[in-house]
Design a protein around this ligand. Structure first.
Ligand code: ADP
Length: 626
């Protein structure tokens, strides 16, 4: 058994490089998980944190339910295979494989048994007496794998293990590693920047970019339903065609005009049209995506000029152009030698496989949403969702920022986390099944919620019977819920949010109000006559601003405009939480018992500046009666 769970994992290097942000993933025993993404997206860092080679800045790592953050790498029962396999050149293959076990004082007979068993699995039994220089690249890589297999680790971590091999060998080793996973029946976590490796090897793929998980799912599900333009164009070869289009409705049918051309119009099927995320897109420009294999030539009402034809033996690729469009359209079809360059062809899109993306956010706006977002209003421990009012568990409310209350926000949950069975600490909502769409790996079920525009989606197994029109209760586990404001800033915190309350003394002298607590002295022009004495003061969550030391100001950081630069509090940071464009900081503040939480701009990190002054303008202070 080896489940690996990453909860809100963050890595900040040198106090400023945010290599990994809010990484959440549950890896099941025996899964083959692939982390994929362009160079620098945080794949290796995540892997190294699992291995224990890199400290975890924030969040929790569990292996088989046990917290691993502080556990030494050698005690994690994990083996890591690197890009450079670094075999000892003076030792035989046998000794290379046995070395780690010898260091652990494993009995000789046991070593021999394990090395021979591993050699058999890897089909290198006849190479055991050779030295590394007498091996091919592929054989060396197998020995490197063998060195880790002999230790019977619970989890295998592989960091671009094939990138030093030539193209042909890489393809061969790909299936070798997949076979190895089948034989060993252990958890594999594999890092690569190569989308083909990811698609062919993983049970599940985690697509990363700029330190954030973009999407994690089976290869097919990622291919069928990419959550955004990045995932859509990263997976698949040749990559998805992207065309600017304008959506419009004609006689109740949703249509798209390609590239502003009146004669290039496509019509969506009814079931697809219903999946448009928001009616606001009708009449607007969007990005339309169609994969090269989903364009059907020689039929339909669209036309394109073929510029180049590539016959690849088993398939034919056409590079064509739609009038006045800059980019080429790529069409992929089974081998067909009837096409030639410099001709005009007709074509049609497979309308079940057309994608739409928001022009600004690049998020997918048609099909099963990556995250359901429902407009709600939270008031105390009550949540209003259309016509439903739902009681919120304390554990949910205690993690909400002040700005989550009393104004319109969006409650978000991924379709795969919506449950049909009740669970502790889950919100229960009533929904009606409206329609469904069959996918390769699951069924996408779309629900309506009373009083809410649009649909709410969940994924259910392919063999589950779904009854259209049925009213059901769905459960949303609070640990999976996010709350966003209209700018998509996250409004729920990783840690409990305590009120930023202090007991202060207020004294007015010569029209100046002096507030003092625990060594802090703040003064403001007196606005109303307040009796001198003890008051409770709340420091508002989002009205304070950091004062940066002079040497940091050169890096594009600015200090707030300060009416009275003496109105400041010296704070020291425990931690931070990225909320999108904002940063939530957990700070030790004089006069506050546990910690205070302030929302600041995310243009700095408390890991770079663990102690600083916060400027306290008058509007940041709320004076409560005694
Ligand atoms: P990937 O494996 O996806 O190529 P990495 O995890 O190696 O990405 O790197 C993620 C980010 O962290 C990059 O911006 C990289 O420059 C930075 N980084 C990696 N290692 C270090 C380090 N030891 N010190 C500082 N920054 C680092």
């Amino acid at each position: 058994m080896a489940d690996v769970t990453l909860k809100h994992i963050y890595k900040v290097y040198d106090g400023s490089v945010r290599a990994v942000n809010d990484f959440n993933l549950e890896i099941k025993d025996k899964e083959f998980i692939v982390f994929v993404g362009p160079s620098g997206c945080g794949k290796s860092t995540t892997l190294r944190m699992i291995a224990g080679l890199e400290e975890i800045t924030a969040g929790q790592l569990y292996i088989d339910g046990e917290l691993m953050n502080e556990v030494e790498p050698k005690n994690r029962d994990i083996a890591m295979v690197f890009q450079s396999y670094a075999l000892y050149p003076h030792m035989t293959v046998y000794d290379n494989m046995a070395f780690g076990l010898k260091l652990r004082h494993t009995p000789k007979e046991e070593i021999e048994r394990r090395v021979k068993a591993a050699a058999e699995i890897l089909e290198i039994s006849e190479l055991l007496t050779r030295k590394p220089k007498a091996l091919s690249g592929g054989q060396r890589q197998r020995v490197a794998l063998g060195r880790t297999i002999v230790r019977n680790p619970k989890v295998f971590l592989l960091d671009e293990p094939l990138s030093n091999l030539d193209a042909k060998l890489r393809v061969a080793m790909r299936s070798e590693i997949t076979k190895l996973h089948d034989k060993l029946q252990t958890t594999f976590i594999y890092v690569t920047h190569d989308q083909t490796e990811a698609m062919t090897m993983g049970n599940r793929i985690v697509v990363m970019k700029d330190g954030f998980i973009q999407q994690a799912d089976t290869p097919i599900a990622l291919f069928e339903d990419p959550c955004n333009l990045f995932v859509a164009t990263f997976l698949g070869s040749p990559q998805m065609n992207i065309i600017e289009a304008t959506l419009f409705e004609e006689k109740g049918v949703l249509k798209a005009k390609l590239n502003d051309l009146d004669d290039m119009v496509i019509a969506f099927t009814d079931v697809k049209a219903k999946q448009l995320a928001n009616k606001k897109y009708i009449g607007q420009k969007v990005l339309l995506g169609i994969r090269p294999e989903h364009i059907i030539p020689n039929q339909g009402n669209l036309s394109a000029d073929v510029e180049v034809v590539e016959h690849l033996g088993d398939e034919t690729i056409l590079y064509a152009k739609i009038a006045n469009m800059k980019e080429q359209i790529i069409i992929k079809l089974p081998f067909n030698n009837t096409f030639s360059a410099h001709t005009t062809i007709s074509m049609e899109f497979n309308m079940d496989r057309v994608y739409l993306f928001d022009k600004e956010t690049h998020k997918s706006i048609m099909g099963i949403p990556h995250e359901n977002e429902i407009p709600v209003v939270i008031n105390g421990n009550k949540l209003a969702m259309g016509e439903q009012v739902i009681e919120l568990p304390e554990v949910f409310v205690s993690h909400l920022l002040d700005s989550a209350f009393d104004s319109p926000v969006n409650l978000a949950i991924k379709p795969e986390y919506v449950q049909e069975e009740s669970a502790p600490n889950a919100l229960s909502i009533n929904a009606k099944i409206e329609f469904l769409e069959q996918k390769t790996d699951y069924q996408a079920v779309y629900f309506s919620l009373k009083g809410i525009d649009g649909y709410f989606a969940m994924k259910v197994r392919n063999d589950e019977k779904v009854k259209l029109g049925k009213e059901v209760t769905l459960y949303l586990p609070v640990s999976r819920l996010y709350v966003y404001n209209q700018e998509h800033t996250k409004l729920n915190s990783r840690e409990v949010v305590y009120p930023n309350k202090v007991n202060a003394e207020i004294k007015t002298v010569n029209d100046v109000m002096h507030i003092s607590f625990d060594g802090v002295k703040l003064s403001y022009p007196a606005t109303s006559k307040l009796e001198d004495g003890q008051y409770e003061i709340v420091l508002k969550q989002d009205k304070l601003a950091p004062i940066f030391p002079r040497k940091m100001l050169k890096k594009g950081l600015e200090n707030p405009e300060m009416e009275n630069p003496h109105n400041k509090i010296k704070v020291s940071a425990y931690d931070e939480d990225i909320l999108g464009k904002k940063l939530l900081t957990y700070l030790a503040v004089p006069g506050i018992e546990k910690y205070a939480s302030f929302v600041l701009d995310n243009n700095f990190s408390v890991y770079k500046l663990p102690k600083f002054n916060l400027y306290v303008p008058f509007e940041a202070i709320e004076i409560k009666q005694k």
